[in-house]
Ligand binder design. Structure first.
Ligand code: GDP
Length: 395
């Protein structure tokens, strides 16, 4: 009897313990799922950075200390939910956007073909051909090379059917654009060590921030994970703009308060990218002259500071194709401070002349890697020389 009573008491104690544990577990779970009104807003989760937080000496330690006060974007999971977009695949984008490119350039292609089809290719005709090429922003050197090649080849051809001429023109233009150049944006470390760092540079108004946002979509469409760094801290709007681009595709954005030290923000973006284990840290740099230091000094500093954590893999210079020769002048200035590894040519959908692709590659000795063909989110295309030449010459 006593044994039975002890057994019953032990059973009751055991059952109560189990019940208590179940209730605790349930409470824990319930605590994790807060109703929306009780969740902290993204602003609560940000740490504010003032201008005073700029590192005095730019040393890694000073930067780390300064980076404590960078406005670190909250984890995507903690942001108000927005429907994530799926960027369009990157393959074939230039073909899709071909009609935009052709709009202002098909006249050049047509003009050249009609000149080359004349019965007699005399000196006057060659001069006209040269003029058409020069007005297409090709530049003097490439124009002369092309005219020379066309002269030789039309002489050899004898009869010139429109198809033959079209094929010949395409071949020669393609040589100038140079299909052998490596146009991949270096967004993945081959050794798998840390994030690849891509700096995006350019003067205000060329489409730099937009291109950075669009490039994040290109990379994500290609299967990469990205952290964005809003190091253009001179314009608050630029950081907001970039953050919106990031939010749309689920990429974290690291930003600073307006006027914060761009180098610290860039440093923090790379640190964060490392921490999150993403493939690429994509950093939008300042495009305006700072009141104290020049834009170029600032860009050089951003690069040096980022390099404290590892090499910069890609420096993309964004140029507005509609600015023609002016764009080349900008390119020269940038080349003085950083080793540019690729060019993103924007606004080729407007009045820009396609020849600028060749001219800018020649000027900088680096390939055009991306072209902007509109204001749509996926209107940035990896540059494809053959599709480009096809669009110029038609057919
Ligand atoms: P930033 O000052 O260089 O950062 O310039 P933004 O990125 O703010 O862009 C300036 C303007 O250029 C915006 O209205 C963009 O939509 C526009 N833009 C950028 N790229 C292109 C492009 O490829 N085509 C067209 N048509 N507009 C573009």
């Amino acid at each position: 009897m006593v044994t039975v009573i002890i057994g019953v008491i032990a059973g009751v104690i055991f059952a109560s313990l189990v019940a208590a544990l179940v209730v605790r577990g349930g409470k824990k779970k319930a605590a994790r799922i807060l109703p929306p009104e009780e969740r902290r807003s993204p602003d609560d989760l940000r740490l504010k950075l003032g201008e005073e937080a700029q590192p005095a000496d730019g040393s890694a330690q000073a930067l780390l200390e300064a980076s404590d006060s960078i406005t670190v974007d909250v984890e995507q999971a903690e942001k108000p939910r927005i429907a994530l977009e799926e960027p369009e695949p990157t393959a074939g984008r230039l073909v899709r956007l071909r009609s935009r490119l052709a709009r202002s350039n098909s006249a050049v292609g047509k003009g050249l073909l009609s000149l080359l089809s004349r019965d007699k290719l005399d000196e006057d005709t060659w001069e006209e051909i040269e003029e058409v090429l020069l007005t297409s922003d090709l530049g003097i050197g490439p124009t002369q090379e092309l005219v020379e090649a066309l002269r030789t080849r039309t002489r050899v051809l004898g009869t010139r059917s429109p198809e033959e001429l079209r094929a010949l023109l395409k071949e020669e233009l393609l040589k100038l654009v140079d299909p052998s150049l490596d146009r991949t944006v270096r967004s993945l470390r081959e050794d798998g060590e840390g994030p690849a760092v891509v700096l995006v540079a350019g003067v205000n108004g060329v489409g730099k921030t937009t291109t950075t946002g669009k490039l994040a979509r290109v990379l994500i469409a290609d299967g990469r994970s990205v952290v964005l760094g809003a190091a253009d801290t001179f314009r608050a709007a630029a950081a907001d703009q970039l953050e919106t681009w990031g939010d749309r595709v689920g990429a974290t954005t690291v930003r600073g308060a307006e006027g914060a030290d761009p180098a610290s923000v860039a440093f923090e973006a790379v640190r964060r990218a490392k921490e999150l284990g993403v493939d690429t840290a994509l950093i939008d740099t300042a495009g305006r002259l700072h009141t104290k230091t020049g834009l170029m000094d600032e860009l050089g500093k951003v690069k040096r500071v980022v390099e404290k954590q590892g090499p910069v893999d890609e420096v993309l210079l964004v140029l507005d194709a509609t600015t023609g020769q002016n764009g080349l002048v900008q390119a020269r200035v940038f080349r003085e401070v950083v080793d540019i590894t690729g060019i993103a040519l924007t606004k080729l959908d407007g009045t820009a002349k396609g020849g600028i692709v060749v001219a800018v590659q020649r000027e900088l000795g680096v390939p055009v890697k991306l072209v902007g063909l509109g204001e749509g989110a996926d209107d940035l295309a990896p540059f494809d020389p053959a599709a480009f030449v096809d669009a110029l010459v038609g057919g």
